[in-house]
Write a protein that binds this ligand. Structure first.
Ligand SMILES: Nc1nc2c(ncn2[C@@H]2O[C@H](COP(=O)(O)OP(=O)(O)OP(=O)(O)O)[C@@H](O)[C@H]2O)c(=O)[nH]1
Ligand SMILES: [Mg+2]
Length: 333
C-alpha cells in the first residue's frame, strides 16, 4: 500500500517454537559394551513475547511482517545431552497495544508502559529421552517422546496511544498548531482540513521537570460516526487520556458557528463511546486574535454555558495559563 506511514490496527500470526524430540540412544564406550540408555531430552520451544517500547509509534512494521516465529527447541542427544532451548522471539510494539484472538475476539492482554511484556504464544515442551524410561525390569528402553507443538495464534493488535491529554476538535481548529506551541513536537499545520491523518504524541514539559503527554488527533466532523471525513476510529487514541481539550475555532473561519461545532463534537464523542463525555475537560477558544472572535465568543457562552479559556495558538496567547490549568488538573505520572 503506497504511502502508508501509520497503522494502529493489524493482524499477525504468531508461531511459538516446537519442543525438540527426546533421543533414544545407548551408552557405547570401549570397556562398557552394555551401557544403559543415555538419550537426552529435547529443548523447549521459544515463546513469542510482545514487548512495549517507546522506540515504536505505530504497528506499521508488523503490517509488513505479519508472520512471527520463535525458534524450535533442539533434539536431545546421546550422552544425556539436552537439546538446545529455542530462543524466545521478542516482537517490539508501541506502548498501549491491546491484543485479542482474531476468531473468538478473546482478550489476551495489553502492554502499556515501556518495557511491559506479554507472552502471546507459548513454546512446546521438549520430549523426554530414553534415559528416563529405564526401570529395574526394563533396562534397555528405546522409548522416547516427541516434543510438543508450540502454540500458533492469529491475533489482532490494536494501538491505543498512551497520553494524558487528548485534543478534540474540527479540522482546521488549530489542534496541531497548539501541540506545536506547547511541546517540542512539530505536527504538520496547514490551512486546509484533515492535515493530521494520524495521531502525534507531544510532551509538555514544566520547569520542575514534570511532564505530560498530549495526543494530537485528526479532526472530527459531524457524521464522523457514519464514516464522514476520516470517520471516528482514531478516537481510540484519546480513550486512555485523563483529560480532554476541546479546541474550538472561535473565529468561525470555515463558516460554521463555534457553538454548533462544540455541540456536534460532543455528539460524535457520544456516538463513539458515551463514557468519554464524563471525562474531565476544558474548552479552549482558539484564534482569539481574529477580529470576529469576540462576537462569536459571546454567543458561544450564551448558547453552551461554557466558559472557555481564550487562546491564540498561533501567537502563543493564553498558553502559559493553559499549561498551568493542565498541571492543576492532571495527576503526574
Ligand atoms: N488566526 C489564527 N489562525 C490559527 C490559529 N491557530 C491555528 N491557526 C491556523 O489554522 C489553520 C489550521 O491549523 P492546524 O493546526 O493545522 O489545525 P488542525 O486542527 O490540526 O487541523 P486538522 O489537522 O486538519 O484537523 C492553519 O492555517 C493555522 O495557521 C490561531 O490562533 N489564530
Ligand atoms: Mg492537525
Amino acid at each position: 500500500m503506497k504511502g502508508l506511514t501509520f497503522v494502529d490496527r493489524c493482524r499477525i500470526k504468531v508461531f511459538a517454537g516446537n519442543g525438540g524430540n527426546g533421543a533414544s540412544t545407548f551408552r557405547r564406550e570401549k570397556y562398557i559394551p552394555k551401557g544403559g540408555p543415555d538419550g537426552g531430552d529435547g529443548g523447549n520451544g521459544g515463546n513469542v513475547i510482545l514487548k512495549a517500547t517507546t522506540d515504536e509509534s505505530s504497528l506499521l512494521h508488523l503490517y509488513y511482517q505479519p508472520l512471527q516465529r520463535a525458534e524450535h527447541g533442539g533434539r536431545g542427544q546421546s550422552k544425556q545431552m539436552y537439546g538446545r532451548t529455542g530462543e524466545d522471539l521478542y516482537v517490539k510494539v508501541p506502548c498501549g497495544v491491546e491484543v485479542r484472538i482474531e476468531d473468538s475476539n478473546e482478550w489476551v492482554g495489553e502492554v502499556i508502559n515501556d518495557g511491559d511484556e506479554l507472552v502471546v504464544a507459548r513454546g512446546g515442551k521438549g520430549g523426554l529421552g530414553n534415559m528416563h524410561f529405564a526401570t529395574p525390569t526394563h533396562q534397555t528402553p528405546t522409548e522416547c517422546t516427541n516434543g510438543a507443538e508450540g502454540e500458533q495464534k492469529t491475533l489482532i493488535l490494536e494501538l491505543k496511544s498512551v497520553a494524558d491529554v487528548g485534543l478534540v476538535g474540527y479540522p482546521n481548529a488549530g489542534k496541531s498548531t497548539l501541540v506545536g506551541a506547547l511541546t517540542p513536537a512539530h505536527p504538520k499545520v496547514a490551512p486546509y482540513p484533515f492535515t493530521t491523518l494520524h495521531p502525534v504524541i507531544g510532551t509538555i514539559e514544566y520547569e520542575d521537570y514534570s511532564k505530560f503527554h498530549i495526543a494530537d488527533i485528526p479532526g472530527l466532523i459531524s457524521g464522523a460516526h457514519k464514516g464522514v471525513g476520516l470517520g471516528h476510529d482514531f478516537l481510540r487514541h484519546i480513550e486512555r487520556t485523563q483529560f480532554l481539550l476541546y479546541v474550538i475555532d472561535m473565529a468561525g473561519i470555515d463558516g460554521r458557528h463555534p457553538a454548533d461545532d462544540f455541540k456536534n463534537l460532543k455528539e460524535e464523542i457520544r456516538q463513539y463511546r458515551e463514557e468519554l463525555l464524563e471525562r474531565p475537560y476544558l474548552v479552549v477558544a482558539n484564534k482569539m486574535d481574529e477580529a470576529q472572535a469576540e462576537t462569536y465568543l459571546k454567543e458561544f457562552v450564551e448558547r453552551t454555558g461554557e466558559q472557555p479559556l481564550l487562546i491564540s495558538a498561533e501567537l502563543g496567547d493564553g498558553l502559559d495559563e493553559l499549561k498551568k490549568i493542565l498541571k492543576e488538573r492532571l495527576t503526574s505520572r
